[in-house]
Write a protein that binds this ligand. Structure first.
Ligand SMILES: [Zn+2]
Length: 372
């Protein structure tokens, strides 16, 4: 009897040991990785206070300020050279005295033009950039300012995320390697645009996709192909509403409720294009435009369907929100055309003398402004 009880005890101990080891293995290699992955993918809970996204009115360019409940801030692009005063005035207006994360979506002048002005004026903790260069003075000035201020310069890569406090997170979706080379792109396309830094902001149930000047090719061959999470409440429309971005497929997968277009009232690039506006309309997206409405303020407490959008002004009766802007080809020859990939090369003026002086002008302007 005693013998049999002893045998039984051993079996129980062995069984317990097997269960313990099995349980540990299951937890360590199955359950825990699953929970970790879910925790990684799920945004942290929103604090319930207000997050603001301000699409500044910098004319033909981009500059978007994000202020979270935790008091952290991000600035995505900084408009054209000279726009520093607009950006700094906005920082003051929204009580911002520092920038935690400055995102330079790409090296064109309408995005990083005033970056040096901002960097010199307020403390900036981190700068995120694509690393795709541009041989312009603007871009040099930007990198020089980053260097002089000893700011942490980070090359953007998918999977990076930046906690902005209060539950707000910015994630990098692109550029995705291999980077687009000139020969991969449609005629007129360019590497800085196609390899733009694309980020998404998540705050509770609210999300926003910030696309820089990404192209349709970026949408299809990188973001969609790689399964990037492009589903969001608000879309910052790519490339100022260029016809070469915001494809039907991208809109279908994104299921955006609202879209913001940052473009200048007097731009000659044909932004926003009728084609992109028609696609947004067909997808049932409500649009906002800085050229007709000025600064656009998006605020949310991160709850479901909690998005408030206000604009600095109403469109004039003559301004049709769904009307695209024609590209002004001829004007491009006169004022120093910057090739952002929406127009064919400017026609050569007939007058020889005028042509020479214009060419000189165009060159110096292009260098200063940083296109191509
Ligand atoms: Zn641009």
């Amino acid at each position: 009897m005693a013998q049999s009880r002893k045998g039984c005890g051993c079996a129980l101990v062995a069984l317990a040991a097997v269960l313990a080891v099995g349980g540990y293995v299951g937890w360590r290699f199955v359950v825990k990785p699953y929970l970790d992955k879910r925790r990684e993918q799920a945004p942290p809970p929103a604090s319930g206070d207000e997050t603001k996204v301000v699409v500044l009115d910098v004319g033909q360019g981009d500059s978007i300020l994000i202020v979270t409940p935790g008091g952290k801030t991000a600035l995505v692009d900084a408009g054209e050279p000279g726009d520093g005063k607009i950006v700094l005035a906005a920082l003051k207006k929204y009580g911002v005295d520092h920038i935690d994360l400055f995102v330079a979506t790409h090296a064109h002048a309408d995005h990083i033009g005033a970056a040096d002005e901002v960097i010199k004026a307020v403390p900036v903790a981190h700068v995120l950039y694509s690393g795709v260069p541009n041989t312009t003075k603007n871009y040099e000035d930007f990198l020089k300012a980053v260097d002089e201020k000893k700011i942490d310069l980070i090359r953007a890569a998918p999977g990076q995320s930046f906690e902005l406090g209060g539950g707000a997170v910015m994630r990098v979706l692109a550029p995705i390697e291999p980077f687009f080379k000139k020969e991969d792109l449609r005629s007129g396309g360019n590497e800085p645009n196609a390899n733009s830094v694309v980020t998404r902001l998540d705050y509770g149930a609210f999300s926003m996709l910030l696309t820089g000047d990404a192209e349709e090719q970026t949408e299809r061959e990188r973001l969609i192909k790689n399964g990037a999470n492009i589903h969001a409440t608000v879309l910052k429309v790519g490339h100022h509403g260029s016809k070469y971005a915001t494809s039907e497929e991208f809109l279908k997968r994104g299921e955006f409720k609202y879209a913001v277009i940052s473009a200048g009232i007097d731009n000659r690039y044909g932004h926003p294009s009728q084609e992109a506006l028609d696609r947004l309309k067909a997808a049932g997206v409500k649009i906002y435009r800085t050229d007709f409405q000025g600064e656009i303020l998006i605020s949310t407490r991160g709850q479901e369907n909690d998005v408030k959008i206000t604009t600095a002004r109403e469109p004039k009766p003559s301004e049709d929100m769904w009307a695209g802007r024609p590209a002004l080809r001829d004007d491009s020859a006169k004022k120093g055309f910057i090739d952002f990939g929406d127009l064919p090369p400017a026609p050569k003026p007939k007058d020889e003398a005028r042509s020479n002086s214009n060419a000189k002008n165009a060159n110096s302007n292009a260098k200063r402004a940083g296109g191509r």
